[in-house]
Write a protein that binds this ligand. Structure first.
Ligand SMILES: [Zn+2]
Length: 273
């Protein structure tokens, strides 16, 4: 049987048969793939530890008729520190789920996304950086990879430059922030009957709008530039960082056209949702 070698991050796992797992892997060489880890649910088997979600391994995979099968696994990284911190683990599982959802669209940049994901998990595993701020940076960078980066500089409708004084809502459908004037005009136009509009008047709906405050906007801008978090010891700033991260979650779920399951766990921990 033909074989191939990949560096792979486990991003999902599904029980198969009595003792196997079907792993979803993001690989540096081939992007998102699936492969069977035989005996991965047998306690004490060598592959069991390697098959845990978030582990990075170098794998020898043989091409099967229906499913590819892992024949050798050499551990590269298991992020053992992550396993002792429920919040950081939950954020990391969120990264993994987003990779499952959007991974097909990243196959052309598989090597750079692989490095980015490995580095992002490494950062969550290191205890020093704030986990919510790290997640915010991850989400924005992922959107950049996918070509969904939100417009944070200019009003998404009239293109005037956004400031503390004029910003109004973030629209998930349009993928950016609208100014107050456009928000009023376009929300109002929804109430008017369509027949009242001129045929050549552009009909823009602001139907997926989320209120955004200047503080939340600033966090998004800082995080998108890869900058350090503002002083998270200040309660109001911490809240605005959490609000920025929640706003991005909503935007991402909108782009994914589905619920992201790992967010339920984050919500249950009480830090988000
Ligand atoms: Zn505008």
């Amino acid at each position: 049987m033909p074989t191939y070698t990949v560096n792979a991050i486990n991003v999902g796992s599904f029980n198969l048969g009595e003792s196997d797992k079907l792993l979803t892997l993001f690989t540096a060489e081939r992007g998102l793939i699936k492969a069977v880890a035989k005996g991965a649910r047998k306690p004490g088997s060598k592959i069991a530890g390697r098959a845990e979600v978030l582990n990075i391994n170098r794998l020898l995979v043989s091409t099967g008729r229906s499913l590819d099968i892992i024949t050798q696994a050499e551990g590269i990284e298991n992020f053992s520190r992550l396993r002792h911190d429920l919040l950081r683990l939950s954020y990391s599982l969120y990264y993994a789920e987003l990779t499952q959802i959007f991974g097909q669209g990243l196959s052309e940049e598989s090597l750079s996304y692989f490095d980015f994901l490995a580095e992002s998990l490494q950062k969550q595993a290191e205890a020093d950086d704030d986990s919510t701020w790290l997640c915010l940076k991850f989400e924005l960078a992922l959107m950049q990879f996918l070509g969904y980066f939100p417009e944070l500089t200019y009003c998404i409708i009239c293109r005037q430059i956004l400031t503390d004084m004029n910003l109004s809502v973030f629209d998930k459908e349009l993928g950016g922030i609208a100014c107050q004037q456009c928000h009023q005009t376009h929300t109002h136009s929804l109430v008017k009957e369509r027949s009242n509009l001129n045929a050549d008047e552009e009909y823009i709906q602001l139907t997926a709008a989320i209120q955004i405050t200047p503080k939340v906007w600033k966090n998004l801008v800082l995080a998108s530039q890869g900058l350090e978090a503002p002083d998270l010891g200040v309660q109001a700033i911490r809240q605005s960082v959490t609000a920025a991260q929640r706003l991005l979650e909503k935007y991402i779920e909108h782009r994914a056209s589905r619920k992201v399951k790992s967010l339920e766990m984050l919500a249950a921990i009480g830090f988000t949702g």
